[in-house]
Write a new protein. Sequence first.
Length: 99
Amino acid sequence: MLLLDCPWCGKRDQTEFSYGGEAHIDRPIKPVEKSDSDWGQYVFFRANPKGYHRERWMHAQGCRRWFNLMRHTVTNEIKGSYKPGETFPPVSPKENQND
Ligand SMILES: [Zn+2]
């Protein structure tokens, strides 16, 4: 079981949240101007790290707000959560190693 820390409500059980995929993906402003290749890249390709990953979550059974958090994909350790538009300290390459 994961305890996710909603920036507005505090720590809650994972079952109250909906996963929203990788964070910090910029939506194209004018999708019709994108090439098929660029559009395919935007729609289908995401990072799949073995290490820390920035993710979007929505507190579906709480405040219903979106936020970001940084979670280790192997250990499920959560470094912290932050509101959209806020920055979070980057993870050093050494810290992102899984071994
Ligand atoms: Zn909340």
